[in-house]
Design a protein around this ligand. Structure first.
Ligand SMILES: CC(C)(COP(=O)(O)OP(=O)(O)OC[C@H]1O[C@@H](n2cnc3c(N)ncnc32)[C@H](O)[C@@H]1OP(=O)(O)O)[C@@H](O)C(=O)NCCC(=O)NCCSC(=O)C[C@H](O)C(=O)O
Ligand SMILES: [Mg+2]
Length: 291
């Protein structure tokens, strides 16, 4: 499915070492699941987590949820074996951590292809280091196998010596650079996690801001945040109704040989129709996923 028509409002991380979480993922209303081998898994548990993830995907039952395996880096003792497992696991995508260059993407791609990764399996990149931000454009254009970027705002804040503030001003340059790179290359892009599980208001504000900036959705660490995230990133009924009015009014105007029309007092041109069609397609894709 095209990056813009597949719902990715909520994508939940779960430690690959936590079989209970992987089981729960089959019933949670998240659009996607990141089965993690990296930061959520202790060094001693990496091998077991790899086997647990492989078994969970093979056992199926995840419905239309997009399944993503986050591997360790190729510069670690686990990265190569993670990629070998992920390649033939049946996961929809493989998420590479701490990507800083196009070369890092291509090295992983070689291992994935050599180990049976189907064409349909995409590569996603964690964008979470200062060098990664500066090289966002070359990373986004590194390979036709690339499907998306995921902001790693926790690692980024650490490396930038930045604070986690309500307005996320310290993150804005980085979020903007990655959004530009993703949209320039037709990739999906997901916002970073909100770490404070007791801060519902702050979580809602970060969802709102992420959507306004243009993110497709947000990565999450706990199931209790999925519903609010789905709502925040879905087009609301008024938006969908307005999109239909735009499409219909512009079609009628075109039939009369006109290129522009006013809808509810607002100027509508071709570009607005394109956007309206994207909104309608996303609403339909969400209905199909939830139906
Ligand atoms: C944060 C947690 C460790 C909290 O876990 P827990 O104490 O078990 O929470 P609850 O008791 O409230 O759980 C209630 C039920 O929900 C299930 N649960 C909890 N979290 C998840 C989850 N992520 N996926 C699936 N299911 C989950 C529990 O099993 C309970 O179920 P039940 O048995 O039926 O009662 C935990 O939430 C957690 O581990 N979260 C994920 C942490 C993680 O993956 N971190 C790494 C990713 S974030 C990151 O790396 C950021 C990035 O790289 C960056 O740099 O920014
Ligand atoms: Mg990280």
């Amino acid at each position: 499915m095209a990056a813009t028509a597949r719902p990715r409002r909520s994508v939940l991380y779960m430690p690959g070492s936590n079989a209970r979480a992987l089981e729960k993922g089959r019933t949670l209303p998240a659009d996607g699941l990141i089965l993690d081998l990296e930061d959520a898994v202790a060094p001693d548990a990496k091998g077991t987590a790899r086997a647990t993830i492989k078994q969970a995907i093979a056992a199926a039952g995840y419905g239309g949820r997009e399944l993503v395996v986050r591997t360790n880096g190729l510069n670690t003792p686990w990265g190569y074996d993670d990629l070998v497992m992920a390649a033939s696991s049946g996961a929809d995508a493989v998420l590479l951590p701490k990507v800083e260059s196009a070369d890092m993407v291509r090295q992983a791609e070689v291992v994935l292809r050599a180990n049976g990764s189907p064409d349909s399996q995409t590569i996603w990149c964690m964008m979470e280091t200062p060098l990664g931000m500066l090289n966002a454009k070359e990373i986004a254009g590194a390979s036709p196998k690339l499907g998306g970027l995921v902001m790693g705002t926790s690692d980024l804040a650490k490396d930038l010596h930045a604070a986690h503030t309500r307005d996320r001003l310290p993150m804005i340059t980085s979020l903007g650079l990655c959004l530009l790179a993703a949209r320039a290359y037709g990739l999906a892009i997901l916002d970073g996690v909100h770490l404070d599980l007791n801060d519902d208001e702050g979580f809602a504000a970060s969802c709102r801001q992420g959507r306004e900036l243009g993110f497709d959705g947000k990565t999450l660490i706990h199931p209790k945040t999925i519903a609010a995230c789905n709502e925040a990133f879905a087009p609301d009924p008024d938006e969908i109704a307005f999109a239909h009015r735009i499409i219909d009014a512009h079609a009628a105007a075109s039939a009369e040989g006109k290129g522009v029309v006013l809808v509810d007092g607002k100027l509508v041109e071709n570009l607005h129709v394109e956007n309206a069609k994207r909104v309608v397609a996303m609403a339909a894709a969400i209905l199909a996923l939830e139906g």
